[in-house]
Write a protein that binds this ligand. Structure first.
Ligand code: AVJ
Length: 352
């Protein structure tokens, strides 16, 4: 849908347009054919894998919220402290009337910090485009934000951003700024992360920018504790991937026959999460039999951690350049402002 500048005069028109956007963009159930095929293909590999996006149904999203409160899980606190300390500079960098496109909007806590900073500075607002795979959460957060920030048109997109997606049309001349906090970039293998950045680079165009949260390499004990907490919340989060297959994909995994494991792989610079089968077992997934030997694992997530060298290399490969890096007091995390690097194809682009 297209909204031309100045066409949304009243609050009620804005809300109407928001409701329309929800109806247009609220997509098919997350468990579509594509995800089903991805699950079956992953379970057929020699090292069985499941995609981390499986975690985020309503239960998984709630478990993740609890993870963010854990003593061991420094990630969210470190990033929030950076966003709080530098919200002004970040809002400044976003600039007036820009469209903020958030890849994985989750509970919408972080974008509020930016929107508040923009309100406080009197920066004229642009548009907020939250993209999320969890439809219930997306609709709730989008409606809350539309009510809280009546001057900001909210155009929610229910989609899996790990696949190519269409961003709603935006007014002419609006600068696009991608927002990708939470170190979710760390879920991608570095080659996939670079490919993802290139897609974002394409979506934001030559004047575009990106604000990305990146977790830094650190002591293995700190990392392993962050992904294997005392209270077992992360274990429950991990196991929810299988619970969800049982609920939604006609599967019969014996949840009691798996153990949570989180291990730091220094060479690959990532924390790996696995579900370890404690016995020889068979499960059925949508009619397909999946056999597991004792000790065999299903690899459910990687969280890559970056140092300056690795991060700059990634950004370069992704078609951006690092404009600014902010860190927290404990130097655990970065919020980076990236700017589109010039690319040859820009010269042939029609200016929008
Ligand atoms: C939401 C992808 C950033 O990798 O740290 C938390 C997910 N997994 N605990 C992360 C997660 C286990 C989280 N991200």
């Amino acid at each position: 849908m297209t909204i031309s500048e100045g066409s949304l005069e009243t609050l009620s028109e804005r809300i109407d347009s928001f409701v329309l956007a929800v109806e247009l963009e609220a997509c098919a159930p997350a468990f579509d054919r594509g995800l089903r095929a991805e699950v079956l293909a992953g379970l057929a590999r020699p090292q069985k894998v499941l995609p981390p996006k499986l975690f985020y149904d309503a239960i998984g999203a709630a478990l993740f919220e609890r993870i963010c409160e854990l003593d061991e899980y420094y990630v969210t606190r470190a990033e929030l402290s950076i966003l709080r300390a530098h919200a002004d500079e970040i809002a400044e960098a976003v600039g007036p009337r820009a469209a903020l496109i958030e890849y994985g909007s989750g509970a919408g806590v972080k974008v509020r910090l930016l929107l508040d900073a923009m309100s406080a500075k009197g920066t004229p607002f642009g548009t907020y485009v939250p993209i999320d795979i969890s439809r219930e959460q997306l609709v709730r957060v989008a409606s809350d934000l539309a009510m809280e920030y009546p001057l900001v048109p909210v155009l929610p997109v229910c989609a899996d951003y790990t696949a190519p997606l269409t961003i709603p049309d935006l007014p002419e001349g609006v600068r696009r700024v991608a927002f990708f906090p939470g170190s979710t970039i760390g879920n991608f293998h570095p080659d996939e992360a670079a490919a993802f950045l290139r897609r974002v680079r394409h979506a934001v165009g030559p004047d575009g920018a990106m604000i990305v949260g990146v977790d830094r390499r650190k002591d293995a004990r700190v990392l392993e504790a962050a992904y294997d907490d005392r209270d077992g919340v992360t274990a429950a989060f991990n196991l929810n991937a299988l619970a969800r297959l049982n609920r939604e994909l006609d599967s019969d995994f014996d949840l009691g026959a798996f153990r949570h494991r989180a291990v730091w792989n220094d060479g690959a610079s990532r924390v790996e999460m696995h579900l370890v089968s404690t016995t020889a077992q068979r499960a059925h997934v949508f009619g397909v039999t999946v056999a597991l030997a004792p000790g065999e694992t299903i690899w459910t997530e990687s969280s890559y951690k970056y140092d300056e060298f690795r991060f700059h290399r990634l950004v370069r490969q992704g078609g951006f350049e690092v404009h600014q890096l902010w860190t927290d007091e404990g130097s655990q995390f970065w919020v980076a402002l990236l700017r589109a690097a010039r690319s040859r194809s820009d010269d042939h682009r029609v200016r929008r």
